[in-house]
Ligand binder design. Structure first.
Ligand SMILES: Nc1nc2c(ncn2[C@@H]2O[C@H](COP(=O)(O)OP(=O)(O)OP(=O)(O)O)[C@@H](O)[C@H]2O)c(=O)[nH]1
Ligand SMILES: [Mg+2]
Length: 311
């Protein structure tokens, strides 16, 4: 399909055109630049991007299924991105099961996309960011990004999301410790899933303690107990998401986050695009120096060379 046809298809919400456009953007295809240039940035204004993270098996996909049902019940059009931290080779195909997409496979208002986090040109944040903008242009009002674990790809997703939900469950003690170290600080809402299991109350208490200062400051409860397997707690969770989102919009947090996310994405692309030049410069600059000092020297030399060049 020609780019114009693809873009018309996108505006008309044609699933085939949308799928092709996402592939172009993900794989940096020949039509990618023209597509990105044609996207209306204002489409993002009416989109909420939710990041869903947490340890394997905590119930992220089950909960995502609950949120999909809830939001579809309200008539919202949705985009779902499932991020697999493993290699791009094993990625794609396996991911289909991670999100319970079968319920929604025939629903044209739920666009599901799997994405491997490694080996992405420009990094995951850069690729997923572009896919988010395509989904927004395709009319998705809520975009859910599910990712697993506490690694770099989760931090990238957090950066991309307007709000980040961390899904936990009783019996994930070590994971909680790991998350406290970093991810918890950037988590907006904590979902204590598997509320039907022993230990859930203790988990809620522990998490409430970690979020006490934030909740005290604005009166918004940030720990929500759910039983995703029985679709319990979904409405409360959605209420809290909406409340926090409204608050973030009001006090400018959402705008700041989006701006920072765009800056990082741009930086990722700068590094990606400069990579060949930099590598050539490094190879032409073989000095017996510690790599860090070599990098500093290289940059100083380049600045110096530039100043020497006639204007
Ligand atoms: N008892 C109970 N089990 C649940 C609940 N929610 C999910 N599960 C079960 O927990 C298991 C893992 O759920 P998933 O939704 O696949 O978890 P996940 O976090 O997406 O897992 P990964 O994608 O592998 O990281 C499944 O067997 C679910 O049926 C719950 O509220 N209570
Ligand atoms: Mg999952």
């Amino acid at each position: 399909m020609k780019t114009d046809e693809l873009l018309t298809g996108l505006r008309n919400r044609d699933p085939r055109a949308i799928g092709r456009i996402i592939s172009q953007v993900e794989n940096n295809g020949p039509q990618c630049r023209a597509i990105l240039a044609a996207l209306d940035p204002a489409a993002m204004d009416s989109t909420l991007v939710l990041g869903i993270t947490g340890p394997p098996g905590a119930g992220k996909s089950t909960l995502t299924g609950c949120l999909i049902r809830h939001l579809r019940g309200q008539g919202s059009r949705l985009g779902i991105i499932a991020v697999d931290p493993s290699s791009p080779i094993s990625g794609g195909a396996l991911l289909g099961d991670r999100i319970r997409i079968m319920d929604h496979a025939l629903d044209p208002d739920v666009i599901v996309r799997s994405m491997a986090s490694r080996g992405r040109l420009g990094g995951l944040c850069a690729t997923a960011g572009a896919v988010v903008r395509v989904l927004a242009a395709a009319g998705c009002e809520v975009i859910l990004i599910e990712t697993v674990g506490v690694g770099q790809s989760e931090m990238d997703i957090v950066r991309l999301a307007d709000l980040t939900l961390m899904v936990m469950a009783p019996g994930f003690g070590d994971d909680i410790q790991a998350m406290k170290a970093g991810l918890l600080e950037v988590t907006d809402l904590l979902v204590a899933n598997k509320g039907d299991q022993p230990g859930s109350e203790a988990l809620c208490l522990e998490m409430s303690a970690a979020f006490r200062d934030r909740s005290r400051a604005d009166g918004i409860e940030r720990v929500i107990q759910t039983v995703a397997a029985q679709n319990k707690g979904t409405s409360t969770l959605m209420n809290q998401i909406n409340t926090l989102n409204a608050r973030h919009l009001e006090i400018g947090i959402r705008a700041t986050r989006r701006q920072q996310s765009q800056e990082i994405e741009t930086l990722d692309w700068c590094l990606e695009l400069l990579r060949p030049q930099l590598l050539a410069a490094i190879r032409g600059h073989e000095q017996p120096l510690d790599p860090r000092l070599r990098a500093e020297q290289l940059i100083t030399d380049r600045d110096h060379d530039r100043q020497q060049q006639p204007q």
